[in-house]
Design a protein around this ligand. Structure first.
Ligand code: ADP
Ligand code: ZN
Ligand code: ZN
Length: 827
């Protein structure tokens, strides 16, 4: 008897043993997705991680119910990476699986109930008659189709094979039923159907024929009734939407599509693709010729990669790092290998993908969380089957099934969006990229104009190679940065709301000359809210300890932590006054202010509020690119990676707020953010200008930003980190204790901290302390920070002790409703 270890998407840190039934013995391999029963009669898709013959001692393993695919979706190398993530980030491998595998490859127990053939057949016996009918009418017409035509079949991708199997089983069942009924006369035709049914990949064709053979609408209806119950599910798993199915069948007129949509036969949904598709003529141009400085940097990078495998590419904004990446990727493609191009945020994909498609055409795949399930499964399969050689994606693309990975580029490597927060695994995409690369013997380029302290430190210590590019491409110069003293300006009455006279003057000038501008307002601490004009009462979230944010578009209040929504109150809960006012501190206020001070200017806004819809981000950027917007006002979103040649001016409304977060990375973040946003100005031709408004004009950090002096910034910052024992000199692990009662949280976190102090020593434990927002979703929070040395400590042992402390505490009855989450390398 053989057994399989199966990984399941549950937070229990192990695999589970299942028996392999004899009929599955031959086909089952590691990486297969299988259907198993787990716990309380729940069905799960699991991944086979090991096949062995060790009989479990304590229990009788349940059998694997079904193998869901022919080719395994997951590679052994991926399972190895998952295990690494689970160990390092202190979570279960099931939690990693849950994040790593696109949901299109997972079936929850619920969808299982909906689509599993046994259930369908049992529950829908009556329905079979309709389908029988459809099949029968098909059979009657089918006489005319010669057998040969059946052979011209499309290859069908494996993730959909579950469904193929399913439909196949349905078809077989139908055939059995039909056989009984129509035994004598149907022999020949039945053979035909059976032929279809026996070849999973032919089933589609069967439906295709159905669609072609009868009147279109009729046939489609029949097709849909053939697809059991939840046709949506099936179509989804098929990888087609209903509209696409039409193209498979026969083109329908737009009006009949409209009618059918209205009648609920079709549903419309958006698909994010066309913008990236190029016509054949546009395809695959030669990559641009590098400038001498770029060429030198490229050679340094290649040399560095050969020596150290990892190279920090430190190139000022607008130096053309992307062009250097292009060359590196090009040689990977020419060698028939794969490259992964990581970017911190989805928002950056469209501009970049458009840039890259021109050079790489169809071998370029895209992967991120705003993609639909189908799109993600397609990319997954495309990577596995070597259709894609370059993947552009956000951090989750690290989990794709690379077969021949030889290069990873981590663009804007300093960006904190690489860090995943809840749920576990709370991994750092950049760091994980290094691990992935190591497993594949691939090289890594970390690119940034403002490297993270960690990476620069490792380059300085010669652990990484370093390649610098200190000039902008072409004639472009770095912008001139002017620091404006807000206090002084107020004294001189030269501040109009949030704008200094210099800023308004430059904005006006710039626009008149036909150039564009970007205005940046820091997001944190600047959300608009509602308050009582009489007593200053501010509505806050019932479940979290935070002010509610005002959303102008819906005219409602929302909690950014739990999603709670409510109407804007007409009267003050505290004093009964009806003088409620909205305080718009954010971009919205800047936008409005600007419109009053500079009437002729066309203003656009890019922030969370204006980009909620799927394509709105792209729309705003396109409007800006095409010159329909003069001034783009925005949050962090405008600081990252955008390349617009016509932007001459950048205004920073208030640079101070960034400096004062209670976070050891505050200065690093501020330096990066200010440098990056400044870097949007004057990227081509004439030198750009940055107006930096502040209450602290003497702050040395601003001077360093203005001089583009990364080295001195680094020197000072790294000294502080050493002195106060922060990364990169130490490794941090943050424990967050939460329960529904404040007392309980406090007791539990104190107890836990005591245990940790006993086991790891006083000097390694900070806290417990209440975080700034101490209540989220009705849970009271408390944090403990553990500082571990980088060297001379057994990290595995330390983590083991931390886990043991948490477990030991959890076993105490009083603390059974207390949860502790672990964040390794918190950011
Ligand atoms: P970075 O990512 O370093 O900020 P980009 O790669 O966006 O810089 O390059 C800045 C601008 O200069 C882009 O518009 C890019 O197309 C252009 N550019 C850079 N290098 C070249 C080159 N070798 N040939 C043509 N254009 C270039
Ligand atoms: Zn009031
Ligand atoms: Zn809330």
């Amino acid at each position: 008897m053989k057994f399989a270890e199966v990984l399941l998407p549950v937070p229990i840190p192990k695999s589970f043993c299942y028996a392999i039934p004899p009929q599955l013995d031959l086909e089952l391999v590691v990486g297969h997705r299988v259907l198993v029963e787990f716990g309380n009669r729940k069905m799960y898709t699991g991944i086979v991680s090991e096949i062995h013959q060790k009989v479990p001692e304590k229990y009788d393993p349940k059998p694997i119910l079904e193998v869901l695919e022919v080719e395994p979706s997951v590679l052994p190398s991926q399972i190895k990476l998952w295990q690494w993530v689970a160990d390092y980030y202190m979570c279960s491998i099931g939690e990693v699986l849950n994040v790593a595998l696109p949901s299109g490859l997972k079936l929850s127990s619920q969808s299982f109930l909906q689509i599993h053939p046994h259930f369908i057949v049992e529950e829908n016996l009556e329905r079979l008659n309709d389908r029988e009918f459809t099949l029968m009418s098909y059979l009657e017409k089918e006489q005319t189709i010669p057998y040969t035509q059946v052979g011209e079949i499309l290859e069908i991708k494996s993730p959909y094979k579950t469904i193929k199997n399913l439909i196949e089983m349905e078809a077989i069942l139908l055939i059995e039923k039909i056989k009984e009924k129509y035994k004598p006369k149907m022999e020949k035709r039945l053979r035909l159907v059976q032929y279809y049914a026996e070849q999973p990949h032919l089933v589609d064709k069967l439906f295709e024929h159905l669609a072609k053979k009868t009147k279109q609408e009729d046939a489609l209806l029949k097709y849909l009734s053939l697809v059991p119950i939840h046709d949506d599910h099936l179509l989804n798993y098929h990888g087609v939407n209903k509209r696409e199915f039409l193209h498979v069948g026969r083109p329908l007129s737009p009006s009949s599509v409209g009618t059918m949509t209205k009648n609920g036969i079709f549903e419309e949904f958006e698909r994010q693709v066309p913008r990236f598709e190029l016509s054949a003529a546009d395809k695959v141009q030669p990559t641009p010729v590098l400038s001498p400085a770029q060429q030198e940097c490229l050679e340094k990078t290649i040399h560095g990669l050969n020596e150290k495998n990892v190279c920090l590419l430190h190139g000022v904004t607008g130096s053309g790092k992307t062009e250097i990446y292009l060359q590196l990727i090009k040689s990977v493609i020419d060698n028939g290998e794969q490259a992964l191009f990581l970017i911190p945020e989805i928002a950056l994909t469209s501009q970049l993908v458009r840039r890259l498609k021109v050079y790489f055409g169809d071998v370029l795949g895209i992967y991120h969380s705003k993609f639909s399930d189908n799109e993600r499964v397609e990319t997954w399969k495309g990577v596995q089957e070597d259709q894609f050689q370059v993947i552009v994606g956000t951090r989750s693309s690290i989990f794709l099934p690379f077969t021949d990975l030889s290069l990873i580029i981590v663009d804007e490597e300093h960006d904190s969006s690489y860090k995943a927060h809840d749920p576990a695994p709370r991994y750092q995409g950049r760091d994980l990229a290094l691990v992935l690369a190591h497993m594949h013997h691939a090289k890594v380029v970390l690119g940034s104009a403002t490297p993270s302290l960690e990476s620069y430190y490792l380059a300085a210590k010669k652990k990484y190679a370093y390649a610098g590019l200190h000039e902008r491409f072409g004639d472009a110069q770095l912008p001139e940065i002017k620091i404006i003293d807000i206090k002084e300006k107020r004294k001189q009455k030269k501040m109009m709301d949030d704008f200094s006279d210099d800023l308004l003057h430059e904005l006006n000038n710039n626009t008149e000359q036909g150039y564009q501008s970007i205005l940046f307002q820091n997001r944190r601490g600047y959300s608009p809210y509602v308050t009582c004009d009489v007593c200053n009462w501010v509505p806050s979230c019932p479940s979290c300890n935070v002010k509610l944010t005002y959303h102008i578009y819906r005219n409602e209040l929302r909690c950014h932590y739990c999603g709670h929504k409510e109407h804007v109150p007409h009267t003050c809960v505290s004093c009964g006054s009806t003088n409620m006012k909205t305080v718009g501190l954010g971009t919205q206020k800047i936008e409005e202010g600007l419109k009053t001070h500079l009437t002729d200017i066309r203003v656009g806004r890019l922030d969370l509020d204006t980009t909620r819809r799927k394509h709105s981000y792209e729309q705003i950027l396109t409007d800006f690119e095409e010159g329909h917007i003069d001034v783009l006002v925005g949050t962090q979103m405008v600081t990252k990676g955008l390349d617009f040649g016509n932007v001459r001016l950048v205004g920073i409304i208030d640079a101070d707020s960034m400096l004062y977060y209670p976070d050891f990375r505050a200065h690093e973040r501020a330096f990066q953010l200010l440098t990056q946003v400044s870097g949007r100005a004057g990227r081509r031709g004439e030198t750009g200008t940055v107006i930096l408004q502040t209450h602290q004009p003497k702050e040395t950090l601003f001077a360093k930003v203005a001089r583009n002096d990364y080295r001195n910034f680094f020197r000072k910052e790294i000294k502080d980190r050493e002195q106060y024992h922060y990364p990169p000199y130490t490794r941090l692990i943050k424990l967050t204790v939460r329960s529904e009662k404040q007392d309980l949280t406090n007791q539990a976190s104190e107890k836990l901290a005591r245990l940790l102090v006993n086991w790891l020593g006083q000097k390694r434990i900070l806290g417990p302390q209440e975080p700034g927002i101490n209540k989220i979703r009705n849970y009271f929070l408390s944090e403990i920070l553990i500082k571990l040395e980088r060297e001379g400590i057994d990290l595995k042992k330390a983590k083991g002790l931390i886990q043991k402390a948490i477990l030991q505490q959890k076993e105490e009855k009083a603390f059974s409703r207390v949860w502790v989450s672990i964040d390794v390398d918190p950011q």
